[in-house]
Design a protein around this ligand. Structure first.
Ligand SMILES: [Zn+2]
Length: 133
């Protein structure tokens, strides 16, 4: 079964909200349709949490806030070793936590250009020897 994380689209004016609210922030309507959060966005900020509860198996978790191109801001885990503010990321949905042996699914962001840092480090180093001319 495919998991999704949904924003809410107002049935009256089309405004997207995430997390969902009881009233539309734009027109006060109260009926919404679920819209999966997907696609790409821009990383606005992030933080790393090291003091995790015992049901986390990793040393730390990186959380980011992403301005999605579809118009909502979404919070999720970053599967990015060296996050950079303003970088392009893509939303995926995957397990974010294991509670009592049961996976809890949520947003996980990956880099749109995962090899960008590697490409940069593959550039030939400038020669240290002075030119003979
Ligand atoms: Zn509305």
């Amino acid at each position: 079964m495919a998991h999704t994380v949904n924003a809410a689209r107002c049935n009256k004016c089309g405004q997207l909200s995430y997390p969902t609210h009881y009233y539309c922030s734009k027109c006060n309507a109260t009926e919404f349709s679920p819209i999966p959060i997907s696609g790409e966005g821009t990383l606005l900020t992030f933080t790393r949490a090291y003091a995790l509860s015992l049901d986390y198996e990793q040393l730390y978790v990186t959380f980011g806030i992403v301005q999605m191109d579809q118009g909502v801001r979404a919070t999720g885990q970053l599967d990015i070793q060296e996050p950079v503010l303003g970088m392009r990321v893509r939303a995926t949905v995957g397990p974010v936590r294991d509670i009592g042996g049961r996976d809890v699914f949520g947003l996980r962001f990956v880099s749109v250009f995962p090899d960008a840092a590697a490409v940069e480090s593959d550039q030939p180093a400038l020669s240290a020897s002075p030119s003979a001319s």
